[in-house]
Design a protein around this ligand. Structure first.
Ligand code: ADP
Ligand code: MG
Ligand code: ZN
Length: 247
């Protein structure tokens, strides 16, 4: 059957979702229902155009085979893939991908989100900074409740991606807001799929001084930092920047 978009009409059932069965004696649900559901659910997830085509099948393993960097990509891919296979039997736990920019964190998390949606979950993608901006500019920015029109979908979604967690400086308001969201989801046993360019601890020595990597604690506060470890499987990616890779 040809692929349809959510708005196209199905030739088998003229868009009614019901068609005659082979014997013409009964009316049965049309096959297009599953496709329509998938197309709708993907559209509802609001995955940015830039990442729309990210999948496990086009995630490349690069670097010298067997090198630590290659193995790191392989491990990340395996962990995320096995999570997808296990879902929904994950006991409310999510995944947190960490690493520097260009390591394919967003690519992998989107591939995972799309896979879970195909399995029947309702999912939503939000960018951390974008989300905070939208909450902040809403008329009820100071009241953190489940009824908040911007926060609500992030609490309600069966699976949520929050991309680039901690990407800006922390304030009390930011800390309270992200704590509220993650805590709510944790209590409801709803997984969060997260990416972050943050470290567990400040790096020591010369490298630590040259590169100024923020830690989870610095960008999200101690409460959120410790909650994250409880609510997610943390997977670190060490690799070259995909856009500057040699092999
Ligand atoms: N291993 C990979 N295989 C294929 N494409 C990749 C890979 N890693 C990154 N990319 C692509 O490179 C770009 C940057 O990756 P992205 O996922 O945004 O990195 P990050 O989120 O870690 O900063 C994206 O277009 C992504 O699809
Ligand atoms: Mg990213
Ligand atoms: Zn149909």
């Amino acid at each position: 059957m040809a692929r349809m978009s959510a708005t196209e009409e199905c030739p088998l059932c003229a868009g009614t979702g019901w068609r005659q069965d082979q014997s013409q004696a009964a009316v049965v649900p049309c096959e297009c229902r599953a496709q329509t559901r998938l197309a709708r659910a993907l559209a509802a997830a609001q995955i940015p155009r830039r990442y729309e085509n990210c999948a496990f099948t086009n995630f490349q393993l690069y670097g010298d085979k067997g090198s630590p960097k290659y193995n790191s990509l392989l491990n990340a891919m395996k962990q995320v893939h096995s999570y997808a296979g296990a879902y929904p039997l994950v006991d409310g736990k999510g995944i947190l991908l960490t690493g520097e920019p260009g390591r394919g964190k967003t690519h992998l998390i989107v591939a995972l989100l799309k896979t879970l949606i195909a399995k029947g979950a309702n999912g939503l993608f939000v960018d951390y900074q974008e989300l905070l901006k939208r909450i902040q500019s809403s008329y009820d920015s100071t009241t953190l409740t489940a009824e908040h029109r911007v926060i609500r979908p992030v609490l309600d979604a069966e699976v949520v991606v929050i991309d680039d967690l901690g990407a800006n400086r922390i304030t009390d308001w930011v800390e309270d807001t992200i704590n509220y969201i993650l805590n709510h989801r944790y209590n409801e046993k709803k997984p969060a799929l997260l990416t972050a360019n943050l470290r567990e601890e400040r790096m020591s020595g010369a490298e630590g001084e040259r590169k100024t990597h923020a830690t989870f604690q610095e960008r999200l506060g101690a409460r959120v930092a410790s909650r994250l470890r409880e609510m997610c499987r943390v997977v670190e990616i060490h690799a070259e920047d995909y856009r500057e890779r040699q092999t």
